[in-house]
Ligand binder design. Structure first.
Ligand code: PLP
Length: 481
């Protein structure tokens, strides 16, 4: 800092940089607030969060809510880790922003190195943006550029194949590869026509009784092969899938061999494999990258939520070495840029989050607590008359609700079962935040809730999560057997 003296309005990092002291029990008048009215139901103002500590969020009335989902699988360290606050303040003290079209910065370089190292160098570049949606959008464009800059170029590769009941983001490109019926509905007419969808790997609903797991995987691979043939194999640019489907189906691990079979079809036809690990990546399933457990390396990979743990908006597109090599021999630069890419403060936060995951050996805790969470969920819900399926991996689990366990008939969407359970669970007698999802079966029918607690959660917290969730489910759906 040299002789630098802060001006009156400038604060030094040391002042008040520790965990914020939040007034408890202070009521705020939400009717005076306007920022949230565009994304919350107008007649139901949401709870107002004024503090966070460990696995808990604190509302303006002093209610402590156990955050069993890290928001949407984001806050992987829990809330208010002072080590991350310090890293952010340190970066702010140096400088907050520089334009990545002109400059790079140490935080972005360090984060990229961490990401590249975490793949053993298989992915050799990280393109850092601010949201999962942006990372997906960038992956689609990079796939197109890859074929345009190949020698000889393959400009006819304009089709994408993605999966039904998937979610990849909310901008037009990412919404097009996604298949979220509700979010697409208004915009169908302006979504991309060069995106085609095949089935998910969803054994509970879509594997036939007479089929073995291997036969089911072979059927899905054949469906992808048929789609390539229908479109013309050399017109397909990439196949896009989540390594483990998160929000839409509700934490469905793929069957062994599924991703390898899908990659084989892509490779046979020279198309790229894009794995979207925005939700399931960065440790959530027990390994830093979910694809490690499948031994399938993608050509392009998106990561987001657990990357920065919610301390700053951040996401990244990881690029396989062979794609980087092709672009290097072409124009040498990705034809895409955004004002906030490689943002120093977000990168500093994410670097610290990633170092803490390593230093505190949190992936081991994810694996251990993940097994425990699975056991507790099975104990509590397997026998429940209205829970059809309990599934998950690492600290990423879901339970799917049914009206009838035998027929697996879902509840009608009008009953909004998952959302009602979510709202009920937020009431003071339960005080747990659960992630609701619906539309898993066909985009319209089907309800589930997801569990995605922080990587450093304890057995006691898991016990409390499962107990509160069970009581909230009982309250909404009644009898347990
Ligand atoms: N991809 C997947 C798999 C997601 O789950 C999400 C968000 O939930 C996105 C992309 C979009 O990420 P974001 O909301 O950060 O834009």
């Amino acid at each position: 800092m040299g002789d630098y003296k802060p001006l009156e309005h400038e604060t030094m990092a040391s002042e008040g940089s520790d965990v914020p002291k939040m007034p408890r029990g202070t009521k705020h008048d939400l009717s005076q607030r306007h920022s949230s009215v565009l994304y919350h139901h107008l007649r139901q103002p949401p709870l107002n969060i004024v503090g966070g500590r460990g696995s808990f969020l604190i509302t303006d009335s002093g209610q402590e809510i156990l955050d069993a989902t890290c928001g949407a699988a984001v806050a992987c360290l829990g809330h208010s880790d002072s080590r991350v606050h310090e890293a952010i303040m340190e970066q702010l003290q140096k400088f907050p922003y520089c334009y990545s079209m002109f400059f790079t910065n140490n935080a972005a370089e360090e984060l990229s190195q961490i990401m590249v190292d975490s793949t053993g160098g298989l992915m050799s570049r990280a393109y850092i943006v601010s949201s999962g949606t942006e990372a997906v959008e960038a992956s689609l464009k990079m796939a197109v550029q890859y074929y345009m800059e190949m020698s000889p170029p393959q400009p006819q590769r304009v089709n994408f194949i993605a999966r039904k009941q998937s979610y990849h983001g909310n901008t037009l490109g990412s919404l097009s590869v996604g298949h979220h019926v509700g979010r697409r509905a208004l915009y169908e007419k302006i979504l991309a026509k060069n995106v085609h969808h095949v089935s998910q790997c969803y054994p509970y609903r879509e594997m036939k009784d007479e089929e073995s797991e291997g036969e089911y995987v072979a059927r899905l691979a054949q469906e992808l092969e048929d789609k390539f043939q229908e479109l013309g194999p050399d017109t397909v640019c990439a196949f896009v899938a989540e390594t483990m489907t998160g929000a839409t189906l509700g934490c469905v691990p793929t069957l062994p061999g599924y991703l390898a079979a899908m990659k084989e079809v892509c490779q046979k036809h020279g198309a790229l494999l894009i794995l979207d690990e925005v939700m399931c990546g960065m440790g959530r399933t027990g390994t830093l990258h979910a694809w490690e457990q499948e031994n399938v390396v993608p050509d392009l990979q998106t990561v987001a939520k657990g990357l920065g743990g919610g301390y700053a908006p951040i996401a990244a597109l990881l690029v396989n070495r062979h794609v980087v090599d092709t672009l290097s021999q072409g124009t040498g630069a990705f034809s895409h840029s955004q004002t906030y890419q490689g943002h120093p403060v977000s990168c500093a936060a994410a670097c610290r989050v990633q170092r803490i995951i390593q230093e505190d050996n949190l992936l081991a805790n994810v694996r251990e607590m993940g097994v425990y969470l699975g056991q507790r969920l099975h104990q509590a819900f397997d026998a429940h008359a209205h829970v059809g399926n309990v599934r998950g991996r690492g600290l990423f689990w879901a339970i799917e609700f049914v009206q009838d366990k035998q027929t697996r008939e879902p509840y009608p969407p009008s009953q909004a079962v998952a959302w009602t359970i979510h709202k009920t669970a937020l009431q003071p007698e339960y005080s747990v935040s659960l992630l609701p999802g619906n539309g898993g079966i066909d985009g319209i029918n089907g309800d589930h809730i997801c569990f995605a607690p922080p990587y450093n959660c304890s057995r006691l917290e898991i016990d409390e999560v499962v107990d509160c969730a069970f009581r909230a489910v009982q309250r909404v759906l009644g009898t347990s057997v």
